[in-house]
Each structure stands twice: as C-alpha cells, then as structure tokens.
Design a protein around this ligand. Sequence first.
Ligand SMILES: [Ca+2]
Ligand SMILES: [Ca+2]
Ligand SMILES: [Ca+2]
Length: 503
Amino acid sequence: MRNLIFVILTVSVIIIFSGFDKSKPLDNVSSLDFKKIDANQISTFVGNTGGFDRNPVTFNSGFEWPKGSGMFAVYSSGLWISCRVGDSIRVSLSDYDSEYRPGYFDYNTQMPMGAEDPNYRLYKVSPDFPNGNNDFDSWNLWPVGQGAPWVDNNGNGIYEPPADNPLMKGDQNLFCSFTDGYRDSVLNSRSAPPLKAEIHMYAWAKTQSVCADVINYEWKIINKNVSAWNDFSSAIWSDIDIGSAINDKGGSDSVKNLVYGYNGTNQDPVYGPVPPAVGVIIKEVTGHLNSLYKSDYATVFKCGDGECPRDSMEVYNVMHGFKRDGSNAVNPITNQITRYKYSGDPVSGIGWNDSTSGDRYIFIGSLIGTVQSLDTADFKTISIIKKGSNNLSSVAELKNCVNFVISVNNISSETPGDFKLYQNYPNPFNPSTMIRFDLVNKNFVTLKIFDVLGREIKTLVNSNYAAGTYEVDFNAAGLPSGIYYYTLKAGGFSDSKKLMLIR
Ligand SMILES: [Ca+2]
Ligand SMILES: [Ca+2]
Ligand SMILES: [Ca+2]
C-alpha cells in the first residue's frame, strides 16, 4: 500500500508511466449520462462520452453476463481515435477516464458546445413504447436535431412521431452526441490537441440472440476541424476481466475482424468451470465496405509487461498497427511482421498464442486514411460473448458466431406461417437498407444482391438458420445509383425483389 505523501508527490509520474489508471472517475459535467442496455443476456452500461461497460456508480466492472448473475466479463471499454493534422499527432480516447465530453463541435466558431446543456444527455427508445416509460424515452424526445437516426415514414422530411419513428434496429436503441473539443480543459495522461471530432453514437441490442449475445455500436465520427485528418484511425479498447482479472488470455482473428479474451484455464474463481469468451468485432468501416478486412490491426496488451501505450505518440503507434515504441510486431512462429497479435488458434494450439495468463486488454481498429474537413467516418463495432463446453471451446464458438452476428439479426424466433421475402426498407435508400425474411424451418439460406445485368454484387447471407424472422442490413456504399435485385433462396423457396439506390 502506498502512503499518501508518496501518492501525492508521484501522481503525475504514475499517470505518465503506469499506462492505464483505473482509479480516476469522470469529472463533473452536467450532461454526463449513463444508461443500462440489457435487452439480451448482456447487461451493461453505456455512457455519452465514448465509454461503455463500466459501472458509473461503483466504477467497477459493468458488463454483466449472464444478466442478473452478478458475474462480469468486462471492466471498461471505449472508443479511441487518432490522426495527424499537418505534422501534429492527435489522439482522443476513453478508457477509465474519457477525453470526450457530451455535446458537439461548432464548425463556424471552431468551439465545442453543449457539455452544460442537459439536452446532450443519452437517449434510449424502444419500438414497444412510443410514449416512453421508466426505462425508455418517448419517441418525440429522440434528438434528431443532434443527428439521431430516424425513419421518415410519411416522406416529408419532418420528424413527426408517432407517424415517424426513431431508427430502431434493436429492441433497445441509444443515441448520444459527444466531442473531443473540450480536451484542452481536461486533465489526461496522454495529452495531445483534440482532433475536433463530433461523434454520434447509436447503440442497439436485440432481445433475441442469433448464436451469441451481442450489442451493436455505430460510431459516426465527423471531422469538424477546418483541416483534413490524415492517417485517421479508430479503435475499440476493452479491459476484459473474465471473472477474475488475473488469469485471462487474449487473441485475434484477422479474417473475422475479431479480438477476444478468454480464461487461461477452465476454472475461474468467479465464473467457476466453463468461463465464457468475450470479444469485439469490427462490423463495418468507411472505406473498407467492399473488402474482406475491416480491421487493420488487433492486439492484446499486457500492461505489466510494458505493452500499454503511455502517451499520445505511443497511442498513435498502437493505433497504426505498431508496438508502442513504433516498431513492428513480429509473429515469433512465422518470423513475419504482423499487425495481429496472438493470431493463432488456441483450441488446437497451432500458431502464435498467448502462452501465459494475466490481466489482459484487447484492442482492435481500422485505418480509415484521410478524412476531409466535414466528412464522416463510419465505424461499426459489436461486443460479443459466448460460452462453450470449456474455456477453449468458448473461443471456438465465439469465432463461429461472428458470421451470424455481423450480417443477420433474428428479430423473432416464432415460426412464421410461410416463407417470405419482404420489400427492403427504406426504399429508395442511401446507403443502407434492411431486408427481412421469414423461415418456416431450418434451412441453408442464401441472400444475394445482383445488378440489372444479373451480375452478383454481394452475398449477404450464406449459412444455416433456424426457423424465425430475420433482418439483414445491406450497405451499398461504393456502389453507383441504380436498380438492384435481391434474391433469397432457402431450401426449395426462392424469391427476388427490386431495390433502388439513389445517391
Ligand atoms: Ca415525416
Ligand atoms: Ca478470468
Ligand atoms: Ca483485464
């Protein structure tokens, strides 16, 4: 135990050199807000400053799984962004503290606004409660003026609930706006000037789980700086603590755009036997929409071993696929330079795997490149947790679930009366639309997009699904305006419909 004078004299040194400081709560801003998101078996907290998974009252682990068990798998998570503006390194992040504040960044005055405005709180709506209740805001409070996504059902450009409604991809849907523009007034350990970003977070979760329990996060990161962001990178950092924090391991999967943590043994002091594996997936990224890889780096930090970034340069380095000192990571099995740490298969033991157990932090990001002034970078991520038949099979099953949870949402597991392919919604659209279908029984399902010449553009679904109703998010970014077709095949059933992309 440290004595008080030592702590006072050395606090700045500790902040600079210890990497992550778990003790520091957020300072007081009147619009600071947290809400629970607990639609499925994940019960966790989301804040309006880029942080999530931490209990805002106790400052302890906030990501409970299964819901109501009193067992937690993640201590704290947050959004990190970095770029260069000219020669100047910029990083903003949320780990235990946050360098963001609620509000927005005013382009004309180049000033952050809104942190003291209670309207810049966190909003939460449900499709079941247009008028709200104790847990949910009424639809008419949904802050479309702040950029909250909504559906213009009557097509007149004006938000008029309940005729119009919030975009509700989930049974619970949250929105907030925040900015790193207040940075100059915030004490932080990795000081660098702000990017001048305004970020809109839309988080949603479904009651019905497909394969694994998940929460979706959609981050719209708007460059409100008068200058371009060069080499812009965004990432999710997560201090996974699966039950006990001291016996975990980590790994990554570049093909699945996944970073994950798991228990080092099949026995955890908190979870007991068969501890779950927990991870973060990058679902979709501006500039990566038509390519296989959406993550560009994924790593696992062991802070005690000198791996956690300590200042803005080291954060910038790890956010561009390097070790914190700027050197390349090398896979010791292949001797090749890599941007994916512990990319082996822990189940078979083949490849580069985490060989010791301890406190782990998982980290995954995308190199988005140049973001011009007033342009937006979209960054969609998923928190996922899955339990198998032992600590390693939890990893295998988590990986198996990735393809299900990135593309398809099970919106009802009631067995429909017939196979059906619905008209996409909205239509016309730009750039995203939802396609819904019903399955009467378990089938191998394909759902593909074709152009007017019959050329296959994209496969949205290509897997087995149980009976139920599903929704698939189709993002047409990178495609030209025009008419396209989508075709569903499930067993002997086949149907096609037309959709229209208007830019
Ligand atoms: Ca309207
Ligand atoms: Ca553990
Ligand atoms: Ca940890």
